[in-house]
Write a protein that binds this ligand. Structure first.
Ligand SMILES: *Cc1c(COP(=O)(O)O)cnc(C)c1O
Length: 367
C-alpha cells in the first residue's frame, strides 16, 4: 500500500524527540501559554524570517484574527481564489466582509492576477493570497496591484510551510500571513494549531490580544476578543519537528522531480510546474487529467491512495448557492473534476514514486 499520508512513520522517525517534548510540557504543566509556546513562536518567526509570530488555535482562526486586526471598513470586498479550502473564504465572511472570487492560473493553481485586477472595485480592501498546494502566489505581481489599488495582502500559507518566493520564505512578504499546523500539513501538530506572522509590531500585538480575550495582562481586558490559542503540547511538538522541516520539504521536491521525470510527455496528463523565482513546498502534487475518476480508481485498486483538492470549486459549493456564477471563475469551476493529488511526503521512497508513475503510464496507454 502506498499511503497518501503517513503520520505514524513520521512519528517513529523522530519518536524520542517527540516523546521527550510531550513529557517536558506535562512535567512543567505548561499547557496554555508559557515557555514552550513562546519558544516556538520565536523559532518559527526566525525560520520564516519575520519579527513576530503569534500562535493561535488553528489556521482558520489565524485568517479570521488577521482580518479582524486589519480593521477593514464595513462593506469591504476581499478577493479570494476560487480554488482553495473553504477556510480562505469562510474567514472573510465570518469577519463580516464580502468574498469576491478570482480565478486561479492553469499553470500554478494560484491567483490569476489578470482576473484579480478585473475583480477589483472601489470597495476592495484586501486579497487572500493562498499559496495553494505549496506553490507561492505571484507575490511581486500582487504587490504591484496592491500598491496600485491600495490593497492589503494576507498570505494564506496553510499549505506552504517552507516555500520561498524570490529567496524569501512565504509568510514574510505580505502585510500579514497565516499558517495552519493541522496534522497533515507540511508542519503538523498532534491536534489543531495555527500561527500568524508579520513584521508589523502593532498588528502582531492586536492579533495576540484578539486571540486571548482582548487582553495583555491577566484580567485587564481592553476589548472583547476570543479564545484561540496554540497550546503548550502542540507548541512543544512543533518545536521538535521544526528542525526537520527543511529536509522534509527538500524530500518532497526530490519526489516531485522524480514524478516529473517519469511522467513528462505523457499524453493526457498535465503535470505541476514551478515558476521561476519560486521554491515549491509540494504539500500536494496535483496532476490534471480528464480521466481523473477512472485513474484514481485504478490507482486505488493497485494499492495507491490519492486525494482530490478540491472536488468542488469554492463558488460552486452549497455554502455559496445562488451567490456566484461558475462563469465568473471558469478555470476553477470547470477543472475541479480533473484534479488528482498523487501521494507525496517524506514517508515515500523513489521506488514508490516509480511504482505510481508506472501505474499511471500503464493506465494511460490502455485508455
Ligand atoms: C488547512 C487550510 C486552512 C485551515 O487550516 P485549519 O488549521 O484546518 O483551520 C486554511 N487555508 C488552507 C489553504 C488550508 O489548506
Amino acid at each position: 500500500m502506498i499511503k497518501f499520508l503517513d503520520l505514524n512513520s513520521q512519528y517513529l522517525s523522530i519518536k524520542s524527540d517527540i516523546d521527550a517534548a510531550i513529557k517536558n510540557v506535562i512535567e512543567k504543566s505548561a499547557y496554555i501559554g508559557g515557555e514552550f509556546v513562546e519558544q516556538f513562536e520565536r523559532d518559527f518567526a526566525k525560520y520564516i524570517g519575520v519579527d513576530h509570530c503569534v500562535g493561535v488555535g488553528n489556521g482558520t482562526d489565524a485568517i479570521e484574527i488577521a482580518l479582524e486586526a486589519l480593521h477593514l471598513p464595513s462593506g469591504s470586498e476581499v478577493i479570494v481564489p476560487a480554488n482553495s479550502f473553504i477556510a480562505s473564504s469562510e474567514a472573510v465572511s465570518r469577519m463580516g466582509h464580502k468574498v469576491v472570487f478570482a480565478d486561479v492560473s492553469p499553470e500554478t493553481y494560484t491567483l490569476d492576477l489578470v482576473d484579480v485586477e478585473r475583480k477589483i472595485t472601489s470597495a476592495t480592501r484586501a486579497v487572500i493570497a493562498v499559496h495553494l498546494y505549496g506553490h507561492p502566489c505571484d507575490l511581486s505581481g500582487l504587490q504591484h496591484l496592491a500598491k496600485k489599488y491600495d490593497l492589503l495582502i494576507i498570505e494564506d500559507c496553510a499549505q506552504a510551510h517552507g516555500a520561498k518566493y524570490g529567496g524569501q520564505r512565504v509568510g514574510a512578504i505580505g502585510d500579514v500571513a497565516t499558517f495552519s499546523f493541522y496534522p497533515g500539513k507540511n508542519l503538523g501538530a498532534y491536534g489543531d494549531g495555527g500561527a500568524i506572522t508579520t513584521n508589523d509590531k502593532n498588528l502582531a500585538t492586536t492579533c495576540r490580544m484578539i486571540a486571548n480575550h482582548g487582553r495583555v495582562a491577566k484580567y485587564n481586558h481592553e476589548f472583547e476578543g476570543r479564545n484561540s490559542r496554540l497550546d503548550g503540547l502542540q507548541a512543544s511538538i512543533l518545536m521538535a519537528k521544526l528542525p526537520h522541516l527543511e529536509a522534509w520539504v527538500a524530500k518532497r521536491n526530490e519526489l516531485a522531480g522524480q514524478y516529473v521525470l517519469n511522467l513528462e510527455g505523457l499524453e493526457g496528463i498535465i503535470l505541476p510546474i514551478v515558476s521561476v523565482n519560486c521554491y515549491h513546498a509540494f504539500h500536494l502534487f496535483v496532476i490534471r487529467t480528464r480521466l481523473r475518476d477512472s485513474l484514481s480508481s485504478y490507482l486505488n485498486d493497485h494499492g495507491v491512495q490519492t486525494g482530490v483538492h478540491y472536488p468542488i470549486a469554492l463558488p460552486c459549493l452549497k455554502a455559496y448557492e445562488g451567490r456566484y456564477l461558475p462563469e465568473q471563475t471558469p478555470f476553477s469551476a470547470s477543472t475541479s473534476g480533473q484534479l488528482l493529488s498523487l501521494p507525496i511526503g517524506e514517508h515515500l521512497t523513489f521506488s514508490d514514486v516509480k511504482k505510481v508513475s508506472d501505474l499511471i503510464r500503464d493506465f494511460m496507454s490502455a485508455a
